[in-house]
Ligand binder design. Sequence first.
Ligand code: TRP
Ligand code: SF4
Length: 328
Amino acid sequence: MKAKRILSGMQPSGKLHLGNYFGALKNWVSLQDEYECFYFIADWHALSSLYEGPGRIKDFSFEVAIDWLSAGLDPEKCTMFLQSEIPEHAELHLILSMIVPVPWLERNPTYKEKQDEVKNVEMNSYGFLGYPVLQTADIVLYKADFVPVGIDQAPHLELSREIVRRFNKLYKKVFIEPGAKISDVPKLNGVDGRKMSKSYNNAIFLSDNEKEVSKKVQSMLTDPARARRDDPGNPDVCNLYPFHKIYSPKALQDEIAVDCRTAKIGCGDCKKMLSQTMLEGMRPMMEKRQDILTRPDEVKEILREGTLKAQAVAKSTLELAKQAMKLK
Ligand code: TRP
Ligand code: SF4
């Protein structure tokens, strides 16, 4: 039996951080072994928020590709490509845009949320409203069975399924309704306790070096009620403890939880231990990055080869869609 197909994309809006890694990328890496995976850099989508300085998108895309490879996406196991290299995405987006009622887009919750979240740039373009239509084109061109996404993207995927049903009903069954593959994401906040985000300046990046990681760990917010060294702390409300849950061995986690509650250790001790286990955990990724950075041309070659493979699939699906509509 043929392996089921996975497709997912990420916007290139800068270097990836641990929130991106544990929220998506780590899952993508493990899916490579079981599924036929297509992963792409959604650089056209990034234009919806970066249209005032679109020149940055090219560099961001390259950074994302390096982050992906460092984190373990393997060109032998998955297909990686850049959205804008495959114009079929734009063409199918246009076709779908003719059958998607605008109210479907207006009631998309992420449309409003994003507008509220992004403060420094106006997010009210025609293209941004149609963001989920382009996203649907991305998915259905590859006849993806599943799309691994964060829970916040679930409404987009439901909309994609609605669009697929509408197309298949109007013309002919060409597309498959994509299922969401929502992974459970460990709760990791930024060093200041707010959601980890590049714009909050509280992120630990996959590309940070050992010194930067240690420094950020030292600066982390802990249990705010633990003002003095002798005050007992509470790991359950501590912003740092979830990092131990990811990076430290279970025995150490348990020991820390007890010693924190009895004030046997201070937050400084706790941070030292975290720095150590975190760096150990991140080291393979750091070493891989150093290796990749010596051969940047190879990264471009990987994307080029991915594009060739992906475009063959995209072309044939677009052809079927046009035939179904009797445009060809
Ligand atoms: N919306 C996704 C994000 O913000 C990126 C994306 C674009 C995507 N097209 C997609 C994700 C198709 C999954 C499938 O990161
Ligand atoms: Fe958090 Fe560790 Fe301090 Fe406890 S000792 S409050 S777990 S940083």
